[in-house]
Design a protein around this ligand. Structure first.
Ligand code: NAD
Length: 294
């Protein structure tokens, strides 16, 4: 197996210069992680405030490393130069791999991906950090779908070790190999999965959230369920985890799963998670979810 994996990765194009599209929660985190492990990255957004915020977050995370004695201030300054914030596609001709991390809207992603495909070189690998959109579907408008795959990070990027590398129907081995190599260079653990609603992690996680939601609907105390699951060994319980994920994101992802697997994931009536969402209890992003964060 080792031999085969080695052979596979030899097909990988060297990933020396990268770019991330979108400097939001995920794009900013991806830029930080790439720079932190030494791969230069262009961080492109359409809003000046977004790139400034993305850079500020990276500065904060590097400063923490300095405080902990893991980096010197010189090293921090050097690593920060590896993130190049930009509002234009000026230098995209020299990029080996692009991670698209713009808003979760298929139309916006289609527009961004086709635009960037026209600007990069023929062998540049394009990837998407989408949580819910099919990779095969996103590849439909591309001229070189073999160079495209999913690269799904988890939030917060600097703390979550797993990256799902998603193979669409037309994804080529070289794209998978380069993406796996880049994930490893970022200090992450990549897994290669086929394209399906929820990929791998959310296919496991959302039935779990569904089970939790049913318990609450039947009168269970969410705090007690959280405590039980912590005792079971999870780092946090389902209610707290839903607050981290965000009720809006959870409702949307569950709709995608229900559409993909109606027999297992579709439910009649409203779930506790939908009720929370409709009552604007989104979780940590607006300071109130199952728990209050003020
Ligand atoms: P976000 O709203 O924080 O950031 C999105 C950024 O994209 C914004 O800064 C916006 O200005 C920018 N943008 C919009 N259009 C653009 C364009 N045409 N070119 C460049 N930038 C553009 O969103 P996020 O939470 O970082 O999510 C980004 C992607 O990552 C989504 O596809 C989401 O599904 C996925 N994702 C999110 C999480 C999460 O927990 N937040 C986890 C895994 C994957």
């Amino acid at each position: 197996v080792k031999k085969k994996a080695g052979k596979f990765e030899k097909q990988a194009k060297a990933v020396k210069q990268t770019a991330v599209l979108g400097a939001g929660i995920m794009g900013g985190g991806i830029a930080y992680q790439s720079a932190s492990k030494g791969t230069p990255i262009l961080m492109k957004d359409i809003k000046e405030e977004a790139v400034e915020l993305g850079l500020k977050e990276s500065r904060k995370l590097f400063a923490k490393q300095v405080e902990r004695g893991k980096l010197t201030t010189e090293q921090m300054a050097e690593k920060l130069t590896l993130i190049r914030p930009t509002l234009s596609y000026g230098d995209f001709g020299h990029v080996d791999l692009v991670v698209e991390a713009v808003v979760e809207n298929p139309k916006v992603k289609d527009a961004v991906l086709t635009e960037v495909e026209g600007l990069v070189s023929e062998d540049t690998i394009l990837t998407s950090n989408t949580s819910t959109i099919s990779i095969t579907r996103l590849a439909q408008n591309l001229k070189r779908p073999e160079n495209f795959c999913g690269m799904h990070f988890f939030n917060p990027v600097h703390r979550m070790p797993l990256v799902e590398v998603i193979r669409g129907e037309k994804t080529g081995d070289a794209a998978v190999a380069a993406t796996v190599a880049y994930a490893r260079a970022m200090g992450k653990t990549p897994i290669v999965v086929n394209d399906c609603p929820g990929f791998l992690v959310n296919r496991v996680l959302f039935p779990y959230f569904g089970g939790f939601s049913l318990l609450v609907e039947q009168g269970a105390d969410f705090q007690r369920v959280d405590k039980v699951m912590e005792k079971f060994g999870w780092p946090m319980g389902p209610a707290y985890l839903l607050d981290v994920v965000g009720m809006d994101t959870a409702v949307h992802a569950n709709e995608v799963m229900a559409e993909g697997f109606p027999d297992r994931m579709a439910r009649d009536g409203k779930t506790a998670i939908q009720v929370m969402y409709e009552n604007e209890r989104l979780g940590q992003k607006n300071d109130k979810g199952f728990y209050a964060y003020e």
